[in-house]
Design a protein around this ligand. Sequence first.
Ligand code: FMN
Length: 363
Amino acid sequence: MSYLFSPLTIKSITLRNRIGVAPMCQYSAIDGVAQAWHMSQLGSKAVGGAGLVITEATAVLPEGRITPACMGLWNNDQVEALKPIIAFIKSQGAVAGMQLAHSGRKGSSAPPWIGGQQLTDAEGGWDTLGPTDAPFDDDGTRLWKTPKQMSQTDIDRVQDGFVAAAGRAVEAGYELLEIHCAHGYLLHSFLSPLVNTRNDGYGGDLRGRAKFLLETTQKVREVWPQHLPLAVRLSMTDWVEGGLTVQDNIQVATWLKDLGVDLVDCSSGGATPAARGSINGGITQQVGMAADLRQSTGLMSMAVGEITQADQAENIIVTGQADIVLLAREMLRDPYWPTHAAQQLGVEVAQVMPPLHQFFIAR
Ligand SMILES: Cc1cc2nc3c(=O)[nH]c(=O)nc-3n(C[C@H](O)[C@H](O)[C@H](O)COP(=O)(O)O)c2cc1C
């Protein structure tokens, strides 16, 4: 028997297995609207057998996109484009998750393969927001915009954006919602002492720095159906002396639990240039952080970071380090990873194969 391939019920949804596709920016939307590319990328992972397919960081407001080609959920055209994609994911037996985000001071950037630098207004960029007016990097090696220090009005507007986008996610058919509070984007930038040096109620000690996240989560929980799971992605460590620690994040997760959050997606890094990136440098340690969080808070955890092998994923679930494993780059390499993992673990592949594949190639 495989634990990786055992179903998992969270609130009213049941995942067919514990394998999830991590949120991955596709840099392929037009005006925040999903395209055929998104159907292909997300749909193929559902056909490939994943239990959960999480859509990329999707901006709650136009200026909350990382790049001009990032997805958004601030209008109805964006909802309509997502509906057939979500319906297809469901038709293939997977659960569709949405990651809602605001890029903060790291927004207005070019896609990575064009350099990732911030864009001037003339290049199609926009003004950015942050807890203070400190840019992401001010060593002068490349252009990083000076963000606007957010006022209470700005905070209210962004929170309204999260609430409205959560409502649109319900309408589009999503069954799991994840709030993005990692990788140096807006909510994480408020949480991290490396970035947030405010001296009002949204700064100071951990509770003050968490205020923006906690208020946003509470408001989202009010509109996100009670019977559906709510997740938060945290950067479990800032990797930098004086930054957020695993213990800090366990405390934050405890507060989130009180607000009705069901599971935490344990990532790391990204707050400052000195903090390690979210896709390299020690991220295998994130699995242990997911285990610590699960043990300390009683919340469900999602582990992510260089999970590539079937027995590795099976072991993470068997040893109770996480409830779900999320794979990102390995799913780009092989959208049929769950099918191949099932074969390696001796699991009946019918669980992860559509009928056509079962009939013609599983026998
Ligand atoms: C192309 C790409 C896009 C990504 N976009 C997002 C994103 O939208 N939101 C997010 O929280 N993390 C994003 N990540 C990080 C992944 O979700 C994941 O945490 C990271 O890649 C580590 O997992 P892996 O080792 O399985 O790739 C992205 C990673 C990649 C490779």
